[in-house]
Design a protein around this ligand. Structure first.
Ligand SMILES: [Zn+2]
Length: 149
């Protein structure tokens, strides 16, 4: 099981990550205007060189991950998404609506450095990005609260 992570960039130079089942899936989403910048909603998205690759399998699967074809089913992508969401839920502190404020406090060393999650508006996300606060936008599915070990 592998998934491609591409570094993407919009016309306003916002950079973000895109997750795809394959390079073909990326190309087809790009061609169909399905990709948009999470900060400004621009559809003028391009791929940056030297994209990192997230390999969630074993070392033996490295090569198949690089050459991944679109033989990953939507159900598998869904499963990966849920796994990611659970990982984020288990490893971050939920600060809810205070996200932008708390992210800023951490950035300026006014709060303990830790991983947080929460909600933020597109405007707030853009302001944070402009201030150099690193945030990662991830569409969280509805999950039961509490650790799921
Ligand atoms: Zn943008």
């Amino acid at each position: 099981m592998s998934i491609k992570v591409f570094n993407l960039c919009c016309e306003r130079e916002h950079t973000f990550e895109g997750w795809f089942a394959s390079a073909e899936a990326f190309e087809s989403q790009l061609a169909n205007d399905l990709l948009e910048c999470p900060f400004c909603a621009s559809k003028q998205v391009r791929r940056l060189p030297s994209a990192p690759r997230l390999n969630l399998g074993t070392a033996d699967q490295e090569h198949s991950a690089i050459a991944a074809k679109s033989d990953i089913s939507p159900a598998q992508v869904q499963e990966m998404w849920m796994k990611m969401a659970r990982y984020i839920q288990a490893n971050t502190e939920n600060v809810g609506e205070q996200f932008a404020e708390e992210a800023r406090r951490i950035h300026y060393n006014e709060a303990p450095d830790r991983a947080i999650r929460g909600q933020t508006s597109q405007d707030e996300a853009r302001e944070l990005a402009e201030e150099g606060v690193e945030i990662f936008s991830f569409p969280m599915p509805k999950l039961p609260e509490g650790p799921l070990q």
